[in-house]
Design a protein around this ligand. Sequence first.
Ligand SMILES: [Zn+2]
Length: 429
Amino acid sequence: MAGRHSRSLTGSKVRQMHRHANLRPNMDRLWSTLARSAEIGTTARGGLRRLALTAEDGEVRRVFQRWCEEAGCQLTVDGIGNMFAVRPGQEADGKVVLVGSHLDTQIKGGRFDGILGVLAGLEVIRTLNDHGIETRLPVAVVNWTNEEGARFEPPMIGSAIFTGDKSLDFALSRTDKDGITLGAALDAISFRGTGGLRPDQCDSLFELHIEQGPRLDAAKIQLGVVTGAFAVRGFVVEVIGETGHVGPTPMPDRHNALVGAAHVTLAIEEIGWELHPTGGKSTTMRLVAEPNLLGILPDRVEMTCDMRHPDNAVVSQALERFIARLPELEAKSRCKIRLHEGWSYGGMAFDRDRVGLVRGAAEALGYTHMDMLTEAGHDAMHVANHLPTAMIFTPCEGGLSHNELENVTLADIEPGVNVLLQAVLARAA
Ligand SMILES: [Zn+2]
């Protein structure tokens, strides 16, 4: 079946793609590699709990390292624990074609989010080995550290160190809920390295990922050509009230921080519905109340919120509208509400040429595909500001992700893995 978005390829790209056009990955091998990964950090409901830099993460890293070394790759690890398994190319100083994603998971995560992108990268290298293909440029599989941010905030910190967007000192000093620093956690699993790669040593990044949304599965389209990313603003809201006895304190005298948090939550939700017709979202995703005990009015709530939209300007305006409502929310709740500096990422288009290679491979292989933006955060979004980057989405069952029941079939992922192999070859061969 022809793809939805036909675009002609340049002559040289056609030649590059045709040279190894019949090359296919070994999907059964990839499937058993995914199954082995799913044995590390397995949850009762069949998902994964493999938080960044825990013993489970250390175990999967060592298994991945062994697989890469068996495939003849040289592993180099940087100061934040990003793992780069490099398969040399004919050009000794050739820039590296990166392919990969992350092996860490959410607290109740699935078996494929991130993991598919790393292990499909390994399968690309194994396939090149099977057929004795020497590439002009080196190809490396990357496992980014702490993509999920489920243990250390912010998320995607490994790729932000690679790009230089965040300092290593900042990253290593992040703490988890038990006060353990990221640096100490890296040392505990022996993955603080001194090597790694820099963006100026790399040619491109291709990240294959499950969609984590329902569109491809619902439309029965075989893969998504990701052309860019939603703009994301994350921020922390602090609500400050005053403690008091929940019995005798008269209603007019209360400064209950949870009431302030409720008003903030509803305001954030209303903005989400305002953004909804143009595809946007607005979410309160975390709330920590203090002292959070019986009999006492809470005096402090910290909330983490997130706004997303395809258009940078629209998401910025939405945040401004929220800020403009703060005095009203303070008056309603009789609490102080402070907005703390957050983070922003996304809002960019991926590289036209590399996206074109992905689309061209999908066309050449006869897969149905659609252009789409990523609404979830991915390391590719940090990297895209520094290196030509593209992403490929595979369908996932019901769009379910960040859930132990997240699922794909071999048939769901085969088109994406084939396209990944062809896109990597188009750059590296
Ligand atoms: Zn992911």
